[in-house]
Write a protein that binds this ligand. Structure first.
Ligand code: ADP
Ligand code: MG
Length: 553
């Protein structure tokens, strides 16, 4: 047995030096002190408890929710000559018994246990008869309902400190803001533990937010530029993953969906195929990815807006773990935020909890709508100071120009005023652009003086400017009145010409500088023809709809 941590690192893992913080964390654990480790995915958290496990007397019990990965992790340890085992629901009773005996006889250095297993049957009683030297709680954010993946069975881990007051606990996570961190420490009963925070900067990740129009089409082009490169597309719903995967498959890509509604067997099959590069693309809900160690994921697309920045960062963090460049794209439109808000409001949770969720969502929204370097925003979220812009995200690539948009604001505001503050985004844009559709005609909005005053701007331009007006407090919104827009004192000053408004100039998708040319500047000829046909079809449909809405007699 090596006696020094550097020897153990070399002997068992083959590495010459520790990454930042690893050595300090190991020293802390070796000194019998509790600690909380925050390190990004792929940062090297495992070694922080595996090396102490080797060097310390007794057994290190590792709590992990990731049953699917325990086997691989244990095999890897055994392959490196470290006696390790796991206990979870995939084992037969006989196999489990055998492992419990090995643990009792002191034949193991590491034992991975799923939390539900630890607290079922008599496992916990057995545990008390073993010579435990250390507890490692992996994915420890699961203990907090403020975290983004709360698992009730983690709550029972508060029993550890009560029954084993003298055995140190090392809690690890890649994702916890301040509130969650404090909660982890409280729940585990280790309030005085030192917290180690490694840098979350991942300079090899390129960050892009793309307007959420024609998502599938954007994705197809994007993937064609990343030929045979592994990637993950995150969707909000199970149904969504299936739809997107199917349409990619139909387009000839090797894609599969993955969500928690599938059988365990099917899920691990898909995961396995992805790890082995047999399939290129996984279209998944957030159920996919925690703890996945695939180093060559080259891109991540968020088809829908994540619920908070921690989840987002965690998910994009699964790309580029080998340190080579990787591209991440977040699709974002106004509807994404509305959907998320409605989801929060519909959950049955105490108001205070909902407020926290709304606040977190709001940070995500600020990221998506930002006009300053996106890496700056992300790192400041994790309380890291950055002294320069990354130069690589879509904001840095497309510096924003501001212009006097007072007239634009006045048009939008008068649209809101003339409809008695009852309209939401879609309808307001239709009024401004003078779209004579059924809804508009039913309400008689085509007779408003504002009807068609904004026909010079495209719908997506209006959408972007209205969002900017909302964000800068020129317009209010009533989420509890079907998201109708409302006027406030600032709106009234603008309407009366007592106040001017500056907005950031809209850049059409086709003119944005894309890192990997997410959107090519020039369209192939057949696409131009096709787009023209679609446009023609759209007009025809509209004419028909209009004709039907107003009976000729
Ligand atoms: P995390 O649990 O933080 O997501 P892991 O512990 O799985 O990350 O480590 C990610 C990868 O980094 C693994 O392949 C691991 O072997 C490697 N790694 C960890 N520490 C070092 C180190 N000091 N030097 C080189 N590679 C390391
Ligand atoms: Mg890990």
């Amino acid at each position: 047995m090596p006696v020094h941590k550097s020897d153990a690192l070399k002997k068992y893992f083959g590495y010459d030096s520790f990454r930042p913080q690893q050595a300090e964390i190991i020293d802390n654990v070796m000194a019998d002190k509790d600690c909380l480790v925050l390190m990004p995915t792929g940062g090297g958290k495992s070694i922080c408890f595996q090396i102490p496990a080797i060097l310390r007397p007794g057994l290190t019990v590792v709590i992990s929710p990731l049953i699917a990965l325990m086997k691989d992790q244990v095999e890897a340890l055994k392959g490196n000559g470290i006696p390790a085992a796991f206990l979870n629901s995939t084992l037969s009773a006989t196999e489990a018994d055998q492992i419990m005996w090995q643990a009792k006889l002191g034949e193991l250095k590491l034992l991975y246990i799923a939390p539900e297993r630890l607290f079922s049957g008599n496992t916990f009683d057995f545990l008390r008869s073993w010579n435990v030297g250390l507890f490692a709680i992996d994915e420890s954010h699961c203990i907090s309902s403020w975290g983004h993946d709360f698992r009730p069975e983690y709550r029972q881990l508060n029993a550890l400190k009560k029954h084993f007051p003298n055995i140190p606990i090392i809690a690890l996570t890649a994702t916890a803001d301040r509130v969650t961190r404090r909660d982890i420490l409280k729940q585990l009963g280790i309030e005085h533990a030192e917290t180690f925070v490694a840098s979350f900067d991942r300079p090899n990740l390129n960050l892009t937010v793309s307007p959420g129009r024609k998502r599938i089409e954007q994705i197809r082009r994007f993937i064609s530029k990343h030929e045979n490169k592994a990637g993950i597309i995150y969707c909000l719903s199970r149904k969504g993953t299936e739809t997107v995967a199917t349409s990619l498959k139909n387009a000839g890509f090797k894609a599969e969906y993955y969500h928690a509604g599938m059988g365990a067997e099917q899920r691990s099959k898909v995961q396995e195929q992805f790890l082995k590069d047999d399939i290129q693309i996984i279209v998944a809900t957030i159920a996919f990815g925690m703890g996945i160690d695939k180093s060559n994921v080259r891109w991540i697309i968020h088809y829908n807006l994540p619920s908070n920045v921690e989840s987002f960062y965690q998910e994009i963090g699964r790309a580029g773990r080998d340190g080579s460049p990787a591209d991440t794209v977040l699709f974002y439109s106004y509807m994404d935020i509305i959907t998320r808000q409605d989801m929060i409001n519909q959950t049955e949770q105490p108001e205070i909890q909902k407020e926290v969720l709304h606040a977190k969502l709001n940070r995500m929204k600020q990221y998506a709508e930002a006009d300053i370097c996106r890496r700056r925003i992300l790192l400041s979220y994790f309380n890291e100071a950055v002294d320069q812009d990354c130069g690589n995200c879509d904001v840095c690539r497309n510096p924003r120009t501001r212009f006097d948009a007072t007239i634009i604001a006045q048009k939008a505001l008068s649209g809101i005023a003339r409809t008695d503050q009852k309209v939401a985004m879609g309808m307001l844009i239709d009024i401004l652009r003078g779209s004579r559709n059924r809804n508009i005609l039913q309400h008689g909005y085509d007779r408003l003086p504002t009807f068609g005053v904004g026909a010079d701007l495209r719908a997506e331009e209006w959408a972007e400017y209205i969002i900017q007006l909302l964000n800068s407090g020129v317009i209010d919104i009533a989420y509890d009145e079907a998201h109708a827009f409302k006027l406030n004192p600032v709106s009234r000053q603008v309407l009366k010409g007592e106040r001017s408004v500056e907005l950031v100039k809209f850049i059409p998708l086709s003119e944005r500088k894309a890192k990997e040319e997410l959107i090519p500047q020039e369209k192939p000829k057949q696409e131009i023809v096709r787009d023209a046909l679609f446009e023609r079809l759209r007009l025809l449909r509209k004419q028909m709809a209009d004709a039907m809405a107003v009976p000729p007699y």
